[in-house]
Write a protein that binds this ligand. Structure first.
Ligand code: FAD
Length: 389
């Protein structure tokens, strides 16, 4: 439940509150989270009280009503802490709730949105399958029509929050011969739903993704998103464009913290009688990282403002997601180098974050998919640029 005092806050005050929350609770409790191998339940409750599940939803649905630009600024703050914290609410506030907001029936919005904003309903977004990764249109999960709804059968993998979500937004085909997809709200504890966690994660270790087996899962007609079959891909894209903007902002947040940690280490660590920060080779890594970080920050905010002005700027979102996630990996890699052996041995947060940011280049469209999309759109993009300059 969002703390009542937050609802009356001006944005700058809320941003300051989230900055303090990030430093004093999220970052402060990282060692405990890493030791436990999971985000502590009471911290998830604190995130809900601080309004983090509600930042993307309008006030009429129980959210805080922030613009996309404000959401990006907030994301850059709270993702200075482990990216795993963000994962706990990302699928609820982005992928699932945004598709629901724009495409759900009134009854579906009533049922889920304010509970999502309060952190009382966690949603997972189940699109990816073993044979359908970058090519989501290849998915083979089926939703067979019956007299009283649908029966779902299929196998999903790499699904964030699936192990503890209340509801799964499952993409399936109502007609195996038709390319069109449909989306269904499925109770995670429904008969026929089995969720399995992986044995090992390389990065995001405290927030593992899960496999979902759907075997003869019966759902009613009211669970079909928007009440109309065949609109799943369009509905998914609404959430995906929003989530990609947030992932780009996340990469900026992560790089900000990583660079701060590397700068602190370079200033404190002395070799050859002086701080390693005074060596030109180290300065080159730090200076380049800062320039790239600031370029990423500007691109995300520019993109978010365009989002607010009308409809999602698809190609700019692709560019921001591609650039910022690659940038965060570069910044993290240089930071490990600056730490020397402390980047490999021991409890410094940088190597953990280096592993975490690697995944940002894979989910919400791999870097190669964004490169492909941008290359395809380039003739039009260049033409538009000419006519506006
Ligand atoms: C931590 C994590 C969380 C995730 N969370 C979710 C979630 O909540 N819900 C969900 O549905 N999915 C989720 N995913 C899945 C994610 O969206 C997919 O991993 C991603 O789309 C890539 O699919 P794939 O892993 O099958 O790789 P593949 O598609 O098999 O790609 C393998 C390689 O081939 C390249 N490639 C593929 N096609 C092309 C092409 N046309 N041109 C050039 N290169 C290409 C890729 O870039 C990649 O390098 C998550 C994944 C991870 C790692």
């Amino acid at each position: 439940m969002i703390h009542e005092s937050i609802r009356d806050m001006e944005f700058d005050d809320y941003l300051a509150l989230i900055r303090d929350f990030t430093d004093n609770e999220l970052i402060a409790r990282e060692p405990e989270m890493v030791r436990a191998g999971a985000v502590p339940d009471d911290l998830v409750r604190r995130m809900a009280e601080a309004g983090l599940f509600g930042i993307t939803l309008p006030t009429r649905h129980g959210g805080l009503g922030w613009s996309v630009e404000q959401q990006a600024l907030l994301t850059m703050e709270f993702t200075r802490a482990s990216v795993v914290y963000r994962s706990r609410f990302s699928t609820t506030i982005g992928l699932a709730s945004q598709a629901l907001l724009d495409h759900g029936t009134e009854q579906q919005r009533e049922r889920y949105l304010s509970a999502m904003a309060a952190g009382e309903c966690v949603a997972a977004f189940a699109l990816t399958e073993p044979e359908a990764g970058s090519d989501a249109s290849a998915l083979s999960t089926t939703a067979r029509r019956t007299t009283d709804g649908y029966v779902l059968d299929g196998h999903k993998r790499f699904i964030t929050n699936a192990a503890w979500a209340d509801v799964l937004l499952v993409f399936a085909r109502t007609d195996p011969d038709d390319a069109a997809l449909s989306a269904f709200f499925v109770d995670r504890t429904a008969d026929g739903v089995t969720v399995r966690l992986p044995e090992r994660m390389n990065g995001h270790a405290e927030g593992p993704v899960a496999e979902i087996e759907l075997s003869g899962v019966r759902v009613g007609p009211e669970t079909l998103l928007g009440g109309v079959e065949g609109r799943g891909l369009r509905q998914a894209l609404r959430g995906i464009n929003h989530a990609r903007t947030h992932v780009a902002a996340t990469a900026v947040g992560q790089a900000t913290r990583i660079l701060a940690e590397a700068t602190g280490h370079a200033t404190d660590r002395e070799q050859f009688g002086r701080p390693v920060a005074e060596f030109g080779a180290v300065q080159a890594m730090l200076g380049r990282s800062y320039a790239e970080l600031e370029a990423g920050r500007a691109l995300v905010l520019d993109c978010a403002r365009e989002f607010d002005a009308g409809f999602p700027p698809r190609e700019r979102i692709s560019a921001a997601k591609l650039y910022c996630t690659e940038m965060a990996s570069e910044v993290a890699d240089r930071a490990v180098q600056i730490l020397g052996g402390d980047g490999i041995v021991g409890d410094n947060p940088v190597p953990r974050m280096w592993r975490d940011v690697r995944a940002l280049r894979i989910y919400e469209g791999t870097s190669q998919i964004h490169e492909r999309n941008l290359a395809r759109a380039l003739p039009t993009l260049l033409e538009t640029r000419k006519s506006t300059s």
